[in-house]
Design a protein around this ligand. Structure first.
Ligand code: FES
Ligand SMILES: [Fe+2]
Length: 337
């Protein structure tokens, strides 16, 4: 049996794993207003209440189906634009102007939403207590500075973009990095794995050979794959690590909408004020460098992992991890059109 015939989930556009998916920038969702947002085939209404919390519900009113984004936000509740039914912050109907009886009136279905890194995220899993938003493992619990980087669309499945970071062969061919990358896999949880380099940094490149004078250990390159389609990269010499989160989400066509998040440790006082913007800018350049080389490939690729070879070991490890991920059934209907 050919390798790809055993694959049921990896790179398959009708499959959506449980996880956190970015929806939009936080700044776009203003207080006391409602907005239409679509994730795959699911139409949502997002609103920011007077408590500044963003909530999301199925978009259509259970009475006659008016889109609630045309309604009004009252406190933390929303009132339908059509017959003025009012739903509270849990989605429960609390007022019908034409009658006082409210029994057997269906509620709005809520969706699990969280804000982080200047983005609004949707949890697609069934568990009532979702896992944390992706972080950089070595920065867990540390106060962070961050900025949003580029926003991009790639004409290929999110998995194809994700494996690019561990595609050892292409670092030589596309990015001209002469390195025999050998990635070690460490499972961090059922839904999260980390791949880190075990090979020293390439010394054939004169810039990197010069840079090596300034640190002791090998250049670290670590890729962490979280639930859903988000990955975080840590790269750098031991005195300065750069951190980039690649938040991806699938489109109905099986393409990728991505947003990079550039992260660094919060540094106190004047040093932080001066150094952190420089580090975040340098992080952006690192991210752009990696993103630039693959654009032409991603525009035309007809992805099928037909012939894995030994050098694709890290990708095979990721495929196995992904094949074990749980489906986000609620969001999968009609995604393989
Ligand atoms: S359609 Fe919403 S109240 Fe009638
Ligand atoms: Fe690349």
């Amino acid at each position: 049996m050919a390798y790809f015939e055993r694959i049921k989930q990896f790179g398959v556009s009708g499959f959506v794993p449980e996880g956190w998916y970015w929806l939009t920038r936080s700044e776009k969702i203003k207080k006391s207003k409602a907005y239409p947002i679509k994730f795959l085939n699911t139409e949502l209404v997002l609103l920011r209440g007077e408590d500044n919390t963003v909530r999301a519900f199925d978009a259509y009113c259970p009475h006659m189906g008016a889109h609630l984004c045309d309604g009004t936000v009252e406190g933390n509740a929303i009132r339908c634009p059509f017959h003025f039914w009012k739903f509270n912050s849990d989605g429960k109907c609390i007022e019908i102007p034409a009658q006082t009886e409210l029994t057997n009136i269906p509620s709005l279905r809520p969706h699990k939403i969280r804000e982080a890194y200047g983005l609004i995220w949707l949890w697609t899993g069934e568990a009532s207590d979702p896992e944390d938003i992706p972080v950089i493992p070595e920065l867990k619990g540390i106060p962070l500075d961050f900025t949003l980087g580029s926003n991009f669309l790639k004409n290929c499945h999110p998995n194809v973009v994700m494996i690019n970071a561990i595609d050892a062969q292409h670092f030589r061919s596309v990015h001209q990095l002469i390195v025999d990358l050998n990635m070690k896999v460490t499972p961090l949880s059922e839904r999260c794995i980390q791949l880190s380099n075990t090979t020293p940094m390439p010394e054939k490149n004169p810039i990197l050979r010069f840079a090596k004078k300034f640190y002791k250990k090998a250049l670290t390159y670590e890729m962490t794959y979280w639930w859903g389609h988000t990955g975080s990269v840590m790269v750098g010499p031991d005195f300065l690590h750069f951190y980039i989160i690649f938040a991806l989400r699938p489109t109905l066509e099986g393409f990728t909408e991505g947003q990079t998040i550039l992260v660094t440790k919060k540094r106190k006082g004047l040093i932080g004020l001066i150094i952190n913007p420089i580090i975040l800018f340098a992080t952006k350049l690192v991210g752009n460098y990696f993103a630039k080389g693959d654009t032409i490939i991603f525009n035309r690729i007809n992805f099928k992992f037909n012939t894995p070879i030994r050098a694709d070991k890290a990708i095979i490890d990721f495929v196995e991890h992904y094949e074990a991920q749980r489906p986000a059934n609620r969001y999968m209907q009609g995604t393989n059109t």
